[in-house]
Design a protein around this ligand. Sequence first.
Ligand code: HEM
Length: 159
Amino acid sequence: MPGLFLCASPGQGRAYTVPMLWVKAFHIVFVTSWFAGLFYLPRIFVNLAMVPPGSVAERERLIGMSQRLLRFTTLLAVPAVGLGLWLLFGYGFWQSGGWVHAKLALVALVLAYHYSCGRLLRQLMAETCPRSHRWFRWYNELPVLLLMGIVVLAVVKPF
Ligand code: HEM
């Protein structure tokens, strides 16, 4: 079929196919949306850590926002990872070089970060979180570094 095979792939000597490009396009859409949540959630934590004692309504509003955003961000992570795994095993990318394994190691760190957001939110809700708003500002930078590393590995494939 014309246009089905576009160029040589680094994975298993197979070709990039049009269906694979659709899977990849939606992989990128869901990854982008997932990261929007991972960037915004800790910003709400910064505000939560700055709520003065006694501001119950403000605290509840921020906790409600965080809970809804965490739920939605988790829903977005599922297709992002699922479509990534489809690319990995469905199109043989798992054999395409060291970059895939390095990328998967960084993705594992993203999942750990996502999990830690849920854990921190539970601590903030129970008012047992020892972290300051300054700590949350630094914590908020981690997904930026992970995103840069993963995108460079996926696009440049340096090894
Ligand atoms: C379990 C999770 C994931 C798996 C298994 C996975 C796997 C893959 C695979 C096999 C490709 C195809 C590479 C190619 O076409 O050359 C790909 C593309 C891509 N992935 Fe992922 N991925 C995952 C998560 C992520 C995350 C978290 C990000 C971003 C932070 C990301 C960003 C990208 C980008 C930007 C591309 C396009 C690369 C290109 O076309 O040049 N992926 N992914």
